[in-house]
Design a binder for this molecule. Sequence first.
Ligand code: PMP
Length: 368
Amino acid sequence: MSRFLDERYKELEPYTPGEQPKNLKRLIKLNTNENPYPPAPGVLKIISREEAEGLRLYSDPEAAELAEAIGDFYGIDKSMIMTGNGSDEILAFIFMIFQGKNRRFYFPEISYSFYPVYCDVFGAEAVKVPLASDFSVNPRDYERADGTIVITNPNAPTGMAMSLKDIERILKSNRENLVVIDEAYVDFGAESCVKLLKGYDNLLVVQTFSKSRSLAGARIGFALGHEEVIADLNRIKFSFNPYNLNRLSIKAGVEAMRDREYFEQMTGRIIRTREKFVSEMEKMGFILLPSKANFVFARHESIPGEEYFTKLRKYNIIVRYFGKPRIRDFVRITIGTDNEMEELLTATQEILKEYRQEDPQYEKKENT
Ligand code: PMP
């Protein structure tokens, strides 16, 4: 730490991103919820000499073409859309400028671990609301809050989704608070609350191209909300980094958004793989939370989460382990291709076999 750093950032504990190994050969990477399939075919077309030469020019600060493509997809006006350098940037803006009178954010205790970091960066109070005993988000815990509410739907890392009815309940009792729904994983089987925008000007929906549109490396996120809320977000964006989306990403995003058929095919494929994988894991004695995302959260009565995580690594398979209270027993597994999931299942069978041999208590634990 240098002597120049501001006092207020000295204690800051940054967000820890999932590992991004350099050598991907022989590695099955199921740790950061990326999409195993390539982006829409149209995205390939934008990589040309002409586009490369165009990089001498700045990008469109309004990313108008992209906003239009998003607007067409959802049937909403451009004035209700703001684009960002990944949804992380948009979330950062939200935690910066929508702190409410009390400078306070309410979010589930187990959720996207970036939220408390943003609170620290921007000097807001984080109110971490415990999940129910079945790991669901209880809407009653957010009724009549005295701060901004941020809920990931489906939640991460549990994968569990909330119904629109429950979200509406939160919106209704918080007319004076902004309610942010982070829909990073919504396209894998949950219901988007974009349709609630008509009735609620306190709703702000955040989405990303990183998961369901296979563009994590392009860094494209967007927010959908009421015109005035979007204008506020743009006010801060233009005070911070007007050209926040680069030229290639804007084009890639347009292509990905316009190809609805490919999007539906690929998300459908991941959902099918997930359902098959869940039932195979259950047969091996795993307990999985009901997931509507492109990952599952799984634990086994007999093998500790950390041990399973470490052993998978020996089979060149990386998943994510958090090691935090209440979720210590779990690992989060991204849904990859059918082949990748089959390899994981085979490795898991081996690991359970090895574990039985190594641990004399195993049989006893299995039977209790
Ligand atoms: N929200 C949630 C819940 C996430 O898991 C992620 C991905 N880590 C993001 C937002 C950010 O995604 P991106 O910045 O790639 O759009």
